[in-house]
Design a protein around this ligand. Sequence first.
Ligand code: PXP
Length: 251
Amino acid sequence: MLKLGVNIDHVATLREARFRGRTVGEPDPVEAALVCERAGAHGITAHLREDRRHIQDRDVLALRQRIATRLNLEMALVPEIVEIALRVRPDIVCLVPERREEVTTEGGLDVVGQREAVSAISRRMKAAGIEVSLFIGPEPAQIEAAAAAGAPFIELHTGAYADRFLEGHGAEAELERLEKGAELARRLGLRVNAGHGLTVRNLPALLARVSHMEELNIGHSLVAGALSTGLEASVKAFLGVMGGYRLGPRP
Ligand code: PXP
């Protein structure tokens, strides 16, 4: 079954817009995570950025203590955050690039250029019983480097597909890159997740084309949808679209 990981950073972004620097405030991303779980989400994803622009350290601790599903901690290759991850022990970490000026995680991780650092962090996480995923674009060189780095999972960056879909041209070429990327990853023994920019509108074509996906991590559109339908209904809307996925997902 294709799993849904809900990225709750966007809930924290709204809280920080009003309550930055304080330890109180609404909305609470942890409460939102619990609602998502009740609605059927299979996991919760949070990105502890070095600049702490949305999720705070206390959120990660509370998520670890309170959620019943899997915790996926997105993080950059930053020593401070690596130590936090080793202390908090999420079920899985997803290594992502981070630039201070970006609005969200804009590109994939350059595993080719940072193979040593990625391998070293992967080894430490593995030793601590934490799974590792690498957030990369569907480029063959990056996928091969991910396999060589010893990470069990990649998360294919679907942002370029989502952008082309919105613009109304070029989505087909991006689907083909994702399809081939997922096939290559599987041949190399990698397990495949995907995420970024996914919506109930652009998901059907992705699900029809790209095999082997185990989990989708979805945040912005799901949280945006919650403003009109409620969070529970928004989670269920995504689960409804994902329920038809039968194209060879791995166990
Ligand atoms: N996966 C990763 C690695 C991300 O950085 C993000 C964005 O925070 C997502 C998934 C979710 O993307 P979106 O918020 O566009 O659904």
